[in-house]
Design a protein around this ligand. Structure first.
Ligand code: NAD
Ligand code: UFG
Length: 338
């Protein structure tokens, strides 16, 4: 099947192209490069040994999107495009609502107008808020999101569910990602944040490579085994493979389906620092800082539903995640810029 990847030049999208190619799918990528660069697509093209059709366009551009659906025989869309920085979304709520909501409205209208009714949406564990149950199952109620980014994910889940309810020919898969880290084993593609990283792993790798003096650990007084925040880190290649399994569900006409994509294991900030130091033989100096506003103590999932219904489960452990994150960073100390 030919798959349209919105935001396919980004971190998760670029890794997903490789898994789709392995499974025999072809791709078309549309991205406005607001948080990525075309170099990632070039490198993926080298890895898979094939050209990748790339359109530099904004998903909010209805004319551009209509033309993509008219030019290619798209069977399904994986909708990665969106702004994703939690802190920035608090400072710039309008930009986040405008981009993430409008891009999805324009995309889904273009899909409907062109008879394409299969979509996989990049949602997030953030929709559970401070989770009512740990480990989190898909039946856990959605919670209060503390930031506009998370609210866009939660709202868009509702929008897409309503589209599917109104027209049961739609297949809508909502994938709630936990914390993707790691990189492709080639070391050619990986996470390339702009400016100071918000997320833990890119911060650790930038400290290890000498770009930043030390990691700030946001709080050591949470109700967790060592007091630091616990998360469900998942290798980005495992996460990417989850999209291939979701496409198979679409081919079986799944209607509306929701899956957690995580490993089911929780690691604290200090567990990750220690694993990173051990597997890579490098030091990651850190100091304890105050808690970060909006953070929760513990977030990890029960991934049993994805295993039972999709036959998908994560294969890589925390050491492989740390190894591959470092392999990417040390080979590309300035990311795609050099
Ligand atoms: P990313 O920023 O690397 O990729 C997103 C891509 O979308 C970027 O290449 C950006 O240029 C593009 N984009 C943004 N707005 C666009 C628009 N209007 N038109 C065209 N392109 C646009 O982020 P990622 O980590 O690869 O995340 C992919 C998706 O997964 C996002 O929707 C994100 O919210 C979601 N998600 C990510 C995480 C995570 O921790 N990385 C966790 C949960 C959910
Ligand atoms: N942390 C630090 N220091 C840092 C960065 C993070 O101690 O410099 C800690 C955080 O306090 C947290 C853990 O590391 O305990 C993970 O933080 P991240 O920022 O890497 O990830 P979050 O769990 O806060 O959020 C991520 C994505 C969201 C997504 C969420 C859902 O950024 O977009 O996972 O799983 F919604």
């Amino acid at each position: 099947m030919q798959i349209l990847l919105t935001g396919g030049a980004g971190y998760i999208g670029s890794h997903t192209i490789i898994e789709l190619d392995k499974a025999g799918h072809s791709v078309v990528v549309v991205d406005n490069l607001s948080n990525s660069c075309e170099e990632s697509v070039h490198r993926v093209s080298e890895i898979i040994g094939k050209p990748i059709p790339f359109i530099k366009a904004d998903v909010r551009d209805a004319v551009a999107m209509d033309s993509i659906f008219k030019s290619y025989k798209i069977g399904a869309v994986i909708h990665f495009a969106g702004l994703k920085a939690v802190g920035e979304s608090v400072a710039k709520p309008l930009e986040y609502y405008e981009n993430n909501l409008n891009a999805t409205f324009v995309l889904v209208s273009a899909m409907r107008n062109n008879g394409v009714k299969n979509i996989i949406f990049s949602s997030s564990a953030t929709v559970y808020g401070n989770p009512a149950v740990i480990p989190i199952t898909e039946s856990c109620p959605k919670g209060e999101c503390t930031n506009p980014y998370g609210k866009t994910k939660s709202m868009l889940e509702e929008v897409l569910s309503d589209v599917q309810k109104a027209d049961p020919e739609w297949n809508v898969v909502l994938l709630r990602y936990f914390n993707p880290i790691g990189a492709h084993q080639s070391g050619r593609i990986g996470e390339n944040p702009n400016g100071i990283p918000n997320n833990l792993m890119p911060y650790i790798t930038q400290v290890a490579v000498g770009r930043r003096p030390e990691l700030g650990v946001f709080g050591n007084d949470y109700d967790t085994p060592d007091g630091t925040g616990v998360r469900d880190y998942i290798h980005v290649c495992d996460l990417a493979a989850g999209h291939v399994s979701a496409l198979q569900a679409i081919e079986r006409k799944c209607g509306l389906a929701i899956y957690n994509l995580g490993t089911g294991h929780g690691y604290s900030v200090l567990d990750v620092v220690k694993a990173f130091e051990k597997v890579n033989g490098v030091k990651v100096p850190y100091s304890i800082k105050p808690r970060r506003a909006g953070d929760i103590a513990t977030c990890y999932c029960n991934p049993a539903k994805a295993k039972a219904e999709l036959g998908w489960e994560a294969k890589f452990g925390i050491e492989e995640m740390c190894r591959d994150s470092w392999n990417w960073q040390k080979n590309n100390p300035k990311g795609y810029e050099g």
